[in-house]
Design a binder for this molecule. Structure first.
Ligand code: AVI
Length: 320
């Protein structure tokens, strides 16, 4: 049966297999970046965050550390902090400590194990904070249901890490609108964005000298081999990351090093030498672009903080 027909007529094909086969059947082969984060991928991403070449994590941490007082003033007293995709909840803790009588902290994450371990860690360090751990996918409405019963406290969404950069402009607009739909006028958004800068710095961050990003990218192929009966030879694909100045994004690809055929769950996928699989976009913003995006999606930018080199920004915006 032809692939398109098989995808149409066999709804029981799992979501991962469906997304992989669909992504690899287009003119430009693609794979959704959310699949980069299995257990190995998440571990590799943690290693990326520690790399000298990957300036984003430490720069954001410094901006947070140096401006906690001002951020807490913007947020104000008795706020409920909501963190979509919270993971280990480490970034928020210094801010929770700084806030005036926060009414609670609601981390949302798809991994119950990580979330519950994080909740226990916060309870130990900050016993005065009420933690409402919520398991769910923050892009789905159901993950936000717990907010509906959460009284009249001021709510502030914390969305650090430049995660917004992994959404294309249309998706980023939809995500920010979705966030504001769970908030009311006067509520807030504290969000981190990587900024447009010299392409050498950007490309070094995504093509690091220790080859951890290469392993992170190729882990997608390893994952397909293990979970979907694939036979990718990872040695026959190269990691490539480059800055596209018009699209203002770093693109991550896997390049086929020769003409080859790969099999996944009984399907054959052909590659020409030099053909790529596009695996991730990481959008970079100017302050002006991001403030326009905030204004278009229901927010009024209030304040932003940058590092001395102006590589990265954290913005506080109020829901209009
Ligand atoms: C998670 N996200 C913000 C990272 C980024 O910088 O776009 C993912 C990443 N991809 C390669 N290195 C890091």
């Amino acid at each position: 049966m032809a692939l398109a027909q098989r995808l149409d007529t066999q709804p029981e094909i799992g979501e991962f297999l469906r997304d992989v086969l669909e992504g690899l059947s287009g003119q430009q082969k693609t794979l959704p970046c959310k699949y980069l984060y299995d257990e190995t991928g998440s571990r590799l991403f943690e290693q990326i965050c520690e790399l000298d070449d990957y300036y984003l994590t430490r720069t954001e941490a410094t901006i947070l550390e140096e401006n906690l007082g001002e951020m807490a003033t913007c947020i104000g007293p008795e706020a409920l902090i909501v963190e979509p995709g919270a993971g280990n909840c480490e970034k928020i803790q210094p801010l929770l400590e700084e806030l005036e009588s926060p009414s609670g902290y609601m981390p949302i994450d798809i991994s119950p194990e990580i979330l519950l371990a994080a909740r226990d860690a916060i309870k130990e360090r900050l016993p005065q904070i009420q933690v409402h751990a919520t398991v769910g996918d923050f892009t789905q409405h159901s993950a936000w249901r717990a907010l509906e019963n959460n009284g009249g406290d001021k709510r502030v969404i914390f969305f650090p890490g430049s995660t917004i950069g992994n959404f294309n402009p249309e998706q980023a607009r939809a995500l920010l609108r979705n966030f504001s739909s769970h908030l009311e006028a006067g509520d807030g958004l504290l969000i981190g964005t990587d900024l447009v800068k010299d392409s050498v710095i950007l490309e070094r961050a995504y093509c690091d000298s220790k080859h951890i990003t290469e392993a992170f990218n190729k882990n997608l192929l390893v994952r397909i081999n293990g979970e979907l009966a694939g036979d990718f030879d990872t040695g026959l694909f190269a990691h490539r990351a480059f800055y596209h100045p018009l699209r203002q994004r770093v693109e991550m690809h896997l390049v086929s090093l020769k003409d080859q055929a790969v099999h996944i769950a009984g399907e054959t996928i052909r590659f020409k030498e030099g053909e790529t699989i596009h695996t991730e976009n990481s959008h970079k913003y100017s302050l002006e672009d991001f403030h326009n995006l905030l204004a278009e999606t229901g927010y009024t930018p209030q304040k932003h903080w940058r590092d001395g080199q102006r590589h990265y920004a954290i913005h506080y915006a109020r829901v209009s």
